[in-house]
Design a protein around this ligand. Structure first.
Ligand SMILES: [Zn+2]
Length: 337
């Protein structure tokens, strides 16, 4: 990762032993920014390269990419873009048994490095196991061009590991679920580093982007070690998934998880104010209205969150809050007025 690292795509590709053909998955926007550049660089080394544009991460997009892989048989897939394109490339390449390299153009969530993909209309409303990228080539010059809001979302996603790790430990203590100290520590450290460096997350500060990228990649590694999304996805993520179901997607994933983490930290009896203060400091949403949703919807999301994934034991599964209790939590933490 760093400035201008996209120029090292051919070198990394060669070092990993690939030649021949490559399929690039990109969106219209990321295509203009980076995918063309990746294509040109690879073609200069004599590789055959095709670009396939995708705009959504629905089952039809996965199948379209899979069909292209079956027909054309590229040696590997490049995902050039934000979360959606990476998710599509990750799952389609995994299902077709070929590797993929991640070239993120935004830093909105930990999917840029982890083995999980979230796809609409695919089994569950949360992420499914795909594969981790063989390499991640993150060019901060390109990432700096993405809307600033995606950086805020990425920070929210990382900070929310404070509660996902707490939920994992809870499941270990009370349900004897497997718990990996190393994976948990890695996720926790990422959250702490983002909080400690909060003042660096301002536009034009490359160091902030690097801190966030390292944190997101560490979260991806934590999930790979754990073999599940456990270290990085607890009740605060269930809250975010519930919001997606109730009200489309009004805010970004990491923004919703951040707000969820405030409430779940409160329920865990941990330092929820610190989470809220950090989110405020980086201009991330800390209330329902800042997420663009009704107070009602935030309460409802809290109420139904545990039902989305009954098998994933969290503080919400333990406490079994009713509507009124959810409303009280949301009010006590300032999520609703
Ligand atoms: Zn997340």
């Amino acid at each position: 990762m760093g400035k201008g690292t996209v120029n090292r795509v051919p070198e990394v590709t060669k070092r990993l032993g690939f030649a021949g053909s490559a399929l690039i998955i990109a969106g219209q926007k990321s295509c203009e920014i980076a995918a063309q550049k990746v294509r040109n660089l690879l073609e200069q080394t004599g590789m055959n390269v095709e670009v396939l544009l995708v705009e959504t991460a629905a089952m039809k997009d996965i199948l379209a990419v899979e069909n292209r892989i079956k027909a054309w048989k590229p040696r590997l897939v490049f995902a050039v873009g934000g979360g959606t394109k990476i998710d599509v490339a990750k799952l389609a390449s995994a299902r077709q048994g070929i590797p993929f390299i991640s070239v993120p153009t935004t830093v909105s969530h930990d999917g840029i490095a982890g083995p999980f993909a979230s796809v609409k209309g695919f089994e569950k409303p949360y992420s499914v196991l795909a594969q981790a990228p063989l390499a991640i080539i993150a060019d901060t010059d390109i990432i700096a061009q993405a809307p600033w809001r995606s950086v805020i979302s990425g920070c929210g996603d990382v900070i929310s590991k404070l509660t996902s790790v707490k939920d994992w430990r809870l499941a270990h203590m009370e349900k004897n679920e497997y718990y990996g100290e190393y994976a948990a520590s890695l996720a926790l450290m990422s959250a702490k580093l983002v909080i400690q460096n909060a003042e660096k997350f301002r536009q034009g500060n490359e160091e902030g982007l690097r801190v966030l990228l390292e944190a997101l990649i560490s979260c991806g590694v934590a999930m790979s070690i754990a073999g599940s999304s456990r270290p990085c996805s607890g009740a605060e993520h269930l809250f975010s998934h519930a919001l997606d179901m109730i009200n489309g997607s009004h805010a970004m994933h990491g923004e919703q998880c951040g707000v969820g983490a405030i409430m779940m930290a409160y329920l865990h009896g941990s330092n929820w104010k610190r989470i809220r203060e950090t989110l405020k400091q980086i201009n991330a949403p800390t209330t329902a209205s800042e997420l663009g949703i009704e107070d009602e919807e935030a309460v409802k999301a809290c109420e139904i969150a545990a039902t989305i994934r009954p098998e994933r034991y969290t503080i919400l599964h333990k406490l079994k809050l009713d509507r009124e209790a959810c409303e009280n939590v949301a009010r006590a933490t300032g999520i609703i007025g």
